[in-house]
Write a protein that binds this ligand. Sequence first.
Ligand code: NAD
Ligand code: UDP
Length: 314
Amino acid sequence: MKKILITGGAGFVGSHLCERLLNEGNEVICLDNFFTGSKKNILKFLDNPYFELVRHDVTHPYFVEVDEIYNLACPASPIHYQYNPIKTIKTSVVGAVNMLGLAKRVNAKILQASTSEVYGDPHVHPQKEDYWGNVNPIGLRSCYDEGKRCAETLFMDYHHQNNVNIKIIRIFNTYGSNMNPNDGRVVSNFIVQALKGEDITMFGDGTQTRSFQYVDDLVEGMIRMMNSPNDFLGPVNLGNPNEFTMLELAETIIKLTNSTSKIIFMPLPKDDPKQRQPDISLAKEKLNGWEPKIQLEEGLQKTISYFKDILNEA
Ligand code: NAD
Ligand code: UDP
């Protein structure tokens, strides 16, 4: 049995990771400040003796004896990470310093949840790990993008300077159950709008693309990465290479929900990337043939039924 710390464990991805690692017989400590996460996501683990919940902010040091750390703490939705940009960059940078310091002190292995945002608005398509990206350092998204880029730097430097056992994954757009209905990201927005019969808010002309990964595929990749040989540090892309325009996404969601919602067009936010698609050949090679198993319509069906349930409860 391993003792595992998950920062951001009450969030969307973190709560799925808690569940999977508990089911595999580990002891899980979930640390969260509940900025975007929710107790609802982890309610069902609270009476599990192998689960511990800690309300804490990663910008302050935290000490605990653990074998592994998954560092997920950071708001991921543009509206939430732009709400308090200084706090966002502190969470990524100071949070990384605190968690790397902890890993160094207790000799734990530590995995960083980095992001496809490190590629910015990419000039190389699809994105491979050796592409350095095209990020605006002073734009609306930079508190998140540059914070995550700096965290990657810190991970590498703690490895080279202090021998900390590190892993870096770059997550591409991921969706699924346990997303907050007010999360603000495109999949949850469109599903909630379609289920309520409200207008679908399309930013820009809808020709921009994203590649959407179902959360179970991501969690499988994260655990494989944590368990991969020590000399494989990453960064490694984890995403589903099937790429869609936002118009295609909206039309699919309208069809699957039998919705009467209409698409309305709104201004495109500044620095919104035009396209994004992962090259996952490195993950396939290094993580025992890992590749996404759940394609968009199947993943959307599962996510739609989750949102139907929570909207009915409300
Ligand atoms: P989320 O917002 O649902 O989860 C983030 C969690 O971190 C929340 O529970 C939040 O309360 C917590 N948190 C935020 N600031 C904190 C702080 N200072 N101290 C402690 N806890 C804090 O987002 P998510 O989609 O679950 O993302 C999880 C991680 O994966 C993030 O680091 C995100 O950057 C990364 N990621 C996610 C995606 C995606 O598509 N879901 C894509 C790329 C990267
Ligand atoms: N988007 C949209 N309507 C929404 C929310 C998002 O058209 O209600 C667009 C957004 O402009 C972007 C894409 O959907 O082009 C993905 O946005 P999201 O915030 O989910 O993730 P990110 O931009 O960080 O990839």
